[in-house]
Write a protein that binds this ligand. Structure first.
Ligand code: ADP
Ligand code: MG
Length: 691
């Protein structure tokens, strides 16, 4: 019999190539497989006439094909649109990436479609990505069938995926017993074991939704438990008190090239107050791209150094580490503050105007001595490089760091066993509603004000052929000596690092709409020196256009970049689109952002919403409301609050989960009576930001 932590490979019928397929989807164990919710359901259970279909209905319709046409979408994404009708009305059925359907959908053919209906004021009735089949010979449709559709890769077709899940469920692999004591789960919530069947093998959609609600409750509860317990541990371990130095703070503020915004001042001030206590600070600084988080980081690092301790600033990429080091150097120009950059390939130290390139060993020795501000990537996270007097760790975009690195950060203790203060910075705002119920104990500072008279970024959605206006804007920008970004989505999970998408786009644009411009490419398969080189060329204005994956999403600062074009924009989350947009509009030059798409209906509306709203916090809230918590942080496997099941409509459940978590921790701080949740919390601690 299989258990929760057994590898997926143990399930009968799972081949090594499927196992690798699951790994590419970040699934390794039976638990991973069973807790991953289907992306949607195909509903064959109710047959309707077209005129009776209303927006949001899941239906099966029996229709006749009137005509079918194909438009070339972005990259390999071809769109087949079949106009279909029955005696009562008509609708269009949309299929992506299945060009062969053109041969199937001959005019007059009778077919059966099952899927989600949307009714759009402009485009009328639409069924997007329906399941289809010919009308059976006997004319009788099988009803009562609901199929889960999973996010999967080519290595594991839907049918196979379903069969594997079914086997896993049939084998009774997981502890089927309710992990909560009687009366603890809110009344009306579905039972634990029942929920797994409901989610994966539902007989009605209502049942699937009940199962999802149970998943959402358990997920919220595990997070809340994790936050509470982590907080307790941190207090127990103790930190270093850092006296507030008013004179230095004032001098430093005055020496900056700009006055801090009110929000920046407040963020600095509360962090300095936190650090005065012998309890390790665990603070989150959230602020939109361009809100000036780096200045806050620089301020705190300088203050800590003056207080006689070391500080470290960690960035998720070499590129950003180098940029941060340069920014800090500029901000420290008026002070003698020793600064050192440590990446995988480079060790460089500065003091005032002196600059020195160091050998690895020498750099490690210098770092360990302390009294220094270190800037680096995770390469910095090695015992032999950690200063003995480390007082503050600042992490930029912590969710981009890997599991072990996060663990190192959480546990990075000084020689005396105490924990340094920690400030996490993120450009992905957590929706307020979610933050309030789930992160109650986490201290959060927010930078809402935009510094220094920025212009709003003119955003527009370009559907189909209107994308040419984006390319015209790029050409116009190039003629003014300004830079542009073109961002491509990942088409296939097997292209996780984006090389194929980027190269394909480059090939199309360099011989087409952007021919003659100087184009560079950036994707995850390039070596870090190659990446740095491309960025340098862009900064030196030797390139007009950078075609890239979302690598550039995190913090890259190219002041003369004024056009952002996002291909396949419907594939990104709203918050992520907003972050990408924030790569332009970083100077006094007017900037534009184009969302290129072939989407219609709800995905198109979403894009129009992003184009209208400029406020990242409002967008995060909207994204959460529309698509649930799982999408807030984009398509990347982000461990940062990686909710999968929680949705906007679950607020009542979240509150109950928070309440129950408090009671459980109070009564049973080691969670001895809750082995299943103890295990979940352990997993979360490895994968998520709980500190
Ligand atoms: P992010 O929050 O995205 O990391 P940065 O720290 O990179 O933002 O800051 C974006 C830009 O704004 C930088 O060029 C920085 O010099 C500038 N900046 C930061 N704070 C201020 C301020 N108070 N006034 C004017 N410009 C500022
Ligand atoms: Mg930044």
């Amino acid at each position: 019999m299989l258990s929760w932590n057994d590898p997926i490979g143990f399930i009968q019928g799972v081949t090594p190539s499927m196992r690798r397929g699951f790994e590419a989807l970040d699934m390794r164990t039976m638990g991973d497989l069973l807790t991953r919710l289907p992306r949607r359901y195909e509903d064959f259970s109710s047959e309707k006439l077209l005129y009776a279909c209303t927006d949001g209905d899941s239906v099966t319709v029996r229709v006749r094909v009137k005509k079918a046409s194909m438009t070339p979408g972005f990259g390999r994404r071809k769109l087949v649109r079949a106009i279909v009708e029955d005696a009562s009305g008509s609708a269009s059925a949309l299929f992506f990436n299945q060009p062969w359907l053109m041969k199937e959908f001959t005019a007059g053919r009778e077919i059966v479609l099952s899927g989600l209906i949307s009714v759009h004021p402009q485009y009328g009735r639409q069924i997007t990505r329906p399941a289809w089949r010919p009308v059976p010979e006997d004319g009788i449709l099988p009803v009562g069938e609901i199929l889960a559709v999973y996010a999967t890769t080519r290595a594991i077709p839907q049918k196979t995926y379903r069969r594997i899940v079914e086997r896993a469920l049939a084998g009774e692999p997981w502890p089927k017993t309710e992990p909560l004591a009687a009366g603890e789960a809110p009344t009306g919530l579905m039972g634990f074991a029942e929920a797994f069947r409901a989610v994966h093998l539902p007989t009605t959609l209502a049942q699937a939704e009940q199962g999802r609600r149970r998943f959402a409750f358990d997920e919220a509860l595990a997070y809340r438990l994790g936050f509470s317990l982590t907080g307790k541990d941190i207090v127990r371990q103790g930190g270093v008190a850092m006296p507030f130095q008013e004179t230095f703070a004032r001098t430093f503020a005055e020496s900056l090239p700009f006055p801090l915004t009110g929000d920046q001042k407040r963020a600095v001030w509360v962090a300095l107050q936190d650090m005065e206590k012998p309890v390790p600070m665990r603070r989150l600084l959230q602020g939109d791209v361009g809100s000036g988080k780096t200045a806050v980081a620089a301020f705190l690092a300088a203050h800590v150094l003056r207080g006689g301790m070391s500080a470290a600033l960690l960035a998720p990429t070499d590129l950003l580490a180098v940029q941060h080091a340069q920014t800090l150097r500029r901000m420290f120009a008026a002070h003698q503050l020793p600064l050192m950059l440590l990446t995988r390939t480079k060790q460089q130290a500065w003091l005032g105007h002196q600059e020195e390139v160091l050998k690895k060993e020498a750099a490690n020795v210098r770092a360990r001595q302390g009294g220094i501000i270190l800037v680096g990537t995770h390469a910095l996270l090695q015992e032999k490089r950690i200063p003995a007097d480390l007082g503050l760790v600042i992490v930029d975009e912590q969710h981009r760091f890997g599991v072990e690195q996060r663990q190192f950060l959480a546990e990075a203790t000084r020689a005396d066993g105490r924990l340094p203060h920690l400030l996490s910075m993120t450009a992905t705002p957590i929706p307020r509603s979610l933050a309030l119920t789930l992160l109650g104990d986490l201290e959060v500072s927010s930078l809402l004000e935009k510094p220094g008279g920025r212009l709003p970024i003119r955003s527009e959605v370009c559907v189909g052929t209107r994308r040419s206006s984006a390319y015209e804007a790029i050409r116009a920008a190039a003629s003014r000596g300004e830079a542009s970004f073109v961002v491509c989505p990942l088409i296939d999970p097997s292209d996780a690092l984006g090389k194929a998408s980027v190269q394909e786009t480059e090939r199309q644009l360099s011989t087409g709409a952007l021919a003659g411009l100087r184009i560079g490419v950036l994707h995850g398969r390039l070596k870090s020196e190659e990446k740095a080189d491309v960025m340098d060329r862009l900064l030196r204005k030797e390139l007009d256009v950078l075609i890239s994956t979302t690598v550039i999403e995190v913090g890259v600062d190219v002041p003369h970049a004024t056009v952002m074009a996002i291909e396949g924009a419907d594939r990104f989350g709203m918050a992520q689109l907003h972050q990408l947009r924030g790569r332009v509009g970083r100077s006094s030059l007017p900037s534009r952002c184009f969302f290129l798409t072939d989407a219609e209906g709800e995905p198109l509306e979403r894009l129009e919403q992003v184009a209208r709203l400029q406020d990242g916090f409002a967008l995060a809230e909207e994204d959460f409301r529309r698509r649930g918590a799982g999408n807030i942080f984009g398509t990347q496997q982000s461990g940062y609050l990686a909710f999968r099941a929680v949705r906007w409509s679950d607020m009542d459940l979240l509150q109950k989960a928070a309440q129950l978590a408090r009671e459980m921790v109070e009564r049973d701080p080691e969670l001895e009576g809750y082995p299943w949740f103890r295990e979940r919390v352990r997993e979360l601690r490895e994968s998520s930001h709980l500190e």
